[in-house]
Design a protein around this ligand. Structure first.
Ligand code: SF4
Length: 467
């Protein structure tokens, strides 16, 4: 823990009168210890990381941090360490047994960030990205008077970084925020295309190397319930495969998929420096070439010439309220995609018809789609809307309830019935044919009941980021 530096006070002197009177010398008073040790502030960030030794080295190179102290733990772990950054202390440790603090890598995200004021944000940003940080936003002059940038380090922690340029009153900031877009009354937040490209590149690589925690939990749940010996063995092998992919930085599957990209573009976001789709495809290209991932896209379904870098992505963009840009990426395998289906039911087919059709899709997909499967089901809308819903449904966290109670009950019934088909992991038989079935619905015409089913395999590789 932090070294408590004792502040000393000169010892009280016995008065000369007391001396003269022969009064016995009093015992020295206990030292007064400052409740906040010297060199610390009241609040100190404390990071949990998945590799403390590497993090200490990285923060030194990326941010110029100085290591203040380190308490090693068993197995080469860091029990506690302290860094100084400028005049501030940052503490960190590895994930420790018995602690509920998890690293961003385990959580698949982070709930906070560290904000650094630096003398030269452009130079600091370059140093950090050269060392291996991912740019979430390059240095940009902001309406509140700072030049500001955002980064993510290789341990999943996010950093804000700024140099203060102008002293402004709150009224001036408010005027800039709300008034500079005079006539619209709304401020636009700039997001540079380089931040989008960097983010997509990182998502593509990580999606292929690291299954999300919801998938790993799905493996654990299935291992606890699977009764078939062969099915259990397959699940164990697949879980080991996921761990090897993560630790050895190799793709989870040789089919590294088509990149499906759902973009939620805040209507108060202004994408600067180029086109959104170009920025996404540049990220896919960089991620797949620099990450040594198989290129699986052909430039035309007719001449079938490989594009060489897995571009283009299939991009779906929604404009939504707010000033955030959310990007969801999936590396979608081809074998399972080939088993996806669409059917226009009639209203008379009703809910029973929907259930029968979804289960028929599971049955006909069989072992070819590499089960355990994850199914996205789009019900309603029209021909194309139902298909898009079926893809979007796959991004919900596996094991989480559908917010619509009717659809939640439908999902549970479908999953239970799918897992009683006996197809099992990789078709070897067993109780685990599907990890999850997610349904999204949309209003539709009185004469229609469109249903699309996207079949996803056990290589359910998805990631997301909000810029
Ligand atoms: S269907 Fe999925 S698991 Fe099977 S080869 Fe394709 S990506 Fe890999």
């Amino acid at each position: 823990m932090a070294r408590r530096t004792a502040r000393t006070k000169p010892p009280a002197r016995a008065s000369s009168r007391a001396k003269a009177a022969g009064v016995k010398k009093a015992a020295p008073r206990a030292r007064r210890v400052s409740p906040i040790p010297s060199g610390y502030h009241s609040v100190t960030p404390y990071l949990t990381v998945h590799d403390g030794v590497a993090a200490l080295d990285f923060y030194r190179r990326a941010f110029g941090a100085r290591e203040k102290e380190r308490m090693p733990g068993p197995g080469g772990k860091i029990m506690h360490a302290e860094l100084t950054l400028g005049g501030s202390v940052v503490m960190l440790s590895d994930e420790l047994p018995g602690s509920t603090c998890r690293s961003p890598k385990s959580l698949g995200g982070t709930t906070g960030s560290i904000f650094l004021y630096v003398p030269d944000v452009d130079a600091a940003f370059k140093r950090a990205t050269d060392a291996g940080c991912t740019s979430l936003m390059p240095p940009t002059d902001m309406f509140w008077g700072d030049r500001f940038a955002r980064l993510e380090d290789p341990f999943g922690n996010q950093w804000g970084m700024a140099t203060h340029k102008e002293d402004l009153t709150m009224a001036q900031i408010a005027a800039r925020e709300g008034g500079h877009a005079a006539g619209t009354g709304r401020a636009m937040r700039d997001v540079h295309v380089s931040a989008i490209t960097d983010a997509v590149k990182k998502l593509c690589v990580e999606a292929n190397y690291q299954l999300e925690p919801d998938m790993l939990r799905a493996f654990d749940r299935a291992l606890a319930t699977e009764r078939s010996a062969a099915g259990k063995q397959v699940l164990q092998i697949l879980k080991q495969n996921a761990e090897m992919a993560r630790t050895k930085m190799i793709p989870y599957c040789q089919d590294t998929g088509t990149v499906i990209c759902f973009v939620e573009l805040g209507q108060d976001v202004h994408v600067t420096g180029g086109a959104l789709s170009d920025a996404i495809n540049a990220g896919v290209s960089q991620g797949y070439t620099e990450g040594y991932l198989r290129a699986s896209m052909v430039r035309s379904p007719i001449d079938r010439v490989n594009t060489g870098d897995n571009t283009p992505a299939v991009i779906h963009t929604d404009v939504v309220p707010g000033a955030a840009l959310r990007i969801l990426v999936m590396a979608k395998g081809g074998g399972c995609e080939n088993r996806s289906k669409y059917k226009m039911l009639t209203p008379a087919d009703g809910l029973q018809g929907v259930k029968d059709w979804v289960l028929e899709c599971v049955r006909t997909a069989g072992p070819d789609a590499c089960p355990p499967l994850v199914l996205g089901v789009g019900v309603g809308g029209n021909f194309e809307k139902s298909a898009i819903l079926s893809k979007r449904a796959l991004f919900r966290e596996l094991g989480s309830p559908n917010p619509d109670p009717t659809l939640d009950a439908l999902e549970k019934e479908l999953l239970d019935r799918a897992n009683r088909l006996g197809i099992g992991p990789q078709g070897y038989g067993g109780d685990t044919t599907a990890f999850g079935i997610h349904v999204l619905a949309y209003p539709c015409h009185i004469t229609s009941l469109p249903v699309s089913v996207t079949i996803e395999c056990h290589a359910h590789r998805h990631k997301e980021v909000t810029l």
